[in-house]
Design a protein around this ligand. Sequence first.
Ligand code: ZN
Length: 353
Amino acid sequence: MPNTTSPVIFDGHNDVLLKLYNAGGLPATEGFLSGRDGAIDSISAEAGGFGGGFFAVYVPSPSDMDHKMKEMAKSAYDLPLPDPIQYLDAIPVVLAQAAILFDLEKRGALTICRTAADIRLALKSGKMAAIFHIEGAEAIDPDLNTLEVLYQAGLRSIGPVWSRPTVFGQGVPFRFPSTPDIGEGLTEHGVRLIKRCDELGIMVDLSHLNEAGFWDVAQYSTKPLVATHSNAHAICPHSRNLTDKQLAAIKETDGMVGLNFAAAFLRDDGKMLADVPLEQMLRHLDHLIAHVGEDRVGMGSDYDGAVVPQDLTSCADLPKLRQAMKKHGYDDALMAKLCHENWLRVLTKTWGE
Ligand code: ZN
């Protein structure tokens, strides 16, 4: 029997902290260890060879998620962005979700990794490796004091925006079909945020930025350009996906793209519907590899945050994806790169250790 849980998958994005927060916060963390109704927990991870990844802390808007998913099941859509969220409203939510992450570590479910060496060690020992990531910088004040404190607490990755505007920049609305070139670029505060992240060793995630913001980061950052969970715009012309020109810039800076499993960013028709064959993911992988190179592509599942292909609903299903990739002709060396090695490579480069 081939070992279908290897190579272990280290992944660019999940929203399990939000799900645990919505399920009641700290009392809900037990379900992560004993099994829960969702995409990621200790038991599914063991079954599927899921080694961890970027754990997003995200402040939800009061909008109705079901309504959003329904709208995105249509053949064309343009969802209005929710209102901005104020710093004082964002801070308690970010602290609550960070506390969930710390609690998971205390219970032995995962290790919060601050260096690439930490991740390598965790993966080797079979412990889930977690990066403390913030998706949308509403909880960061323009003076960046919160950034300093959260860095000390283990924060190693940040998206200046989740599609909602922040004091740092603007994101892409969920629009299909659409170019990602919607709205203005980073603000002055945004440029300062990028520069300080570079100095501290916090990775900047481009996935929800609009195109102008993307090029601003390219201009002001000295680090590899990384989109943790985005796909190929040439295949699925969604505002959230990356054009070939953006992919060329990612390649040039030796950056990275994580393949997003969300149906709406995979399908040619942009619909958030789960009947997506795994071959569609391979089409994106082939395109990304052709444009950024085989050292700069990995996974970015969006697990617990999106409608994903029906064959991959939880991380226990990841062996099916590995099988499809192998059948497609990816050899052992490429499999290791796509499953985790490339993330380790780009994080070593970005964090410096
Ligand atoms: Zn996202």
